[in-house]
Design a protein around this ligand. Sequence first.
Ligand code: ATP
Length: 466
Amino acid sequence: MAPHEDDDEQDSEQFETASIPVERKGPVRVKLVFLSGPDAGKSHALGAGRYLLGTASGCDYVLKDRAVSRQHLSLEVKESGVLARDLGSRNGSFCEGMRFTELEVRPGAVLKLGTTELKIVPEDSRERVILPSTRTSFGSLVGASRKMREVFAVLERLGSGDADVLIQGETGTGKEGCAEGIHTASKRHKGPFIIVDLAGIAPSLIESELFGHVKGAFTGAQSDRAGAFERAEGGTVFLDEVGELPMDIQPRLLRVLERRQVKRVGANDYRTVDMRVVAATHVDLEAAVKVGKFREDLFHRLAVLRVTLPPLRERLEDITLLVDTVLTRMGRPPSALSEQTRALLAQYPWPGNVRELRNVVERVVNMGEEGLPDIASPSAPGSKDKPRVAVPVTAAAAAAAAAPELDLPFKEAKERLIEGFERDYLKSLLERCEGNVSRASREAGIDRVYLRKLLKKHGLHDPDGP
Ligand SMILES: Nc1ncnc2c1ncn2[C@@H]1O[C@H](COP(=O)(O)OP(=O)(O)OP(=O)(O)O)[C@@H](O)[C@H]1O
């Protein structure tokens, strides 16, 4: 390997005098996987012992990355774990964004040297290491962080296939955008994309919504109606909040997934459907299986191909790109948000994820920075990790927030108006019901699960929640 041109004397001197014994013994303990940089894709199995990484030819692992020093890092693999030691490198060694000189590395950790990212994977791990994509967007989703580029790499593969997919992620992490991206990238993109929000439909109507009904099947069934699976013929059905599917309907979904057959409510015969199912959940379905709320067979069938969207707090480095994307979608230049405000946004834990970030950016742009709540002090007493909402500070600002934005595309203007309405409605409802969610759900005539979802979506405190 060519020696590092930029390396200074100190580096080479260090190499000459370095006396790090490379001793290996015992079985393989960990795997070292190169995620990015010129060596991306390579992997090495390491037994107990000490290994030297750098660009100099005497190293155990010689990297091609020109931003890596001749002797950059040593990894000591022990029974108890891996000890990583920076050897006085010029550009430093980092783990999860923090520079270190010596670090006990936990399994799954990613170290960064120069432009090279290395993952330390336990040998017995069944996790498949995915090389991050070089792209920074997929459909409407954007992200340059490693975690999002890993997601994009999975989506690239899934998009071209036709298997059903389960998307997991907290509220506002982009599950719907992800599902639409999978549909758009697939060979079914010319077919319909049908969304069914299972948390938003009364349980008694779910069956008919999914499978359809025949005339007279129940009171109000005045004519035959195709369900979502039939309406998605040739395309994709997006089942949002699949964890809310009532137990008694779950076997029927399993049949759809296994045999592509649906029976309308009140009908005797099955119809064959040709569509792909993409389901999403913000709850831990494995835990739901354990407590008997979700069928194990359905879970295994759904979870064959899984995508997990990381929460925004785990990829704060994406905030700049996300803010710029929101501004571009609003037709505003990057300068519409000051550097000072951007710095504040990067410190917030974002419990409502990208949706909350989008809402805050839109409010600040429309109402001025005084429209921000004390987002600058997430460590303020009582504020730790607690969702807070950007509230207008003046009556004029409130009126501005409630007015429809007529210069936006129809769908976006409508969505914003509805979101504003939802937030105001929920705040007043909660106040009236003194924070009692069961009472609020009765008064508003909406399902408790759905109400909780709405409260979460708007970052409003659910006193009964976890
Ligand atoms: N990575 C991303 N890049 C750009 N926009 C994003 C991203 N993730 C989310 N968004 C935006 O955030 C908003 C919420 O996204 P989406 O509705 O897909 O989230 P979700 O996970 O389905 O939420 P919920 O669980 O509440 O239904 C949308 O406006 C979407 O465009």
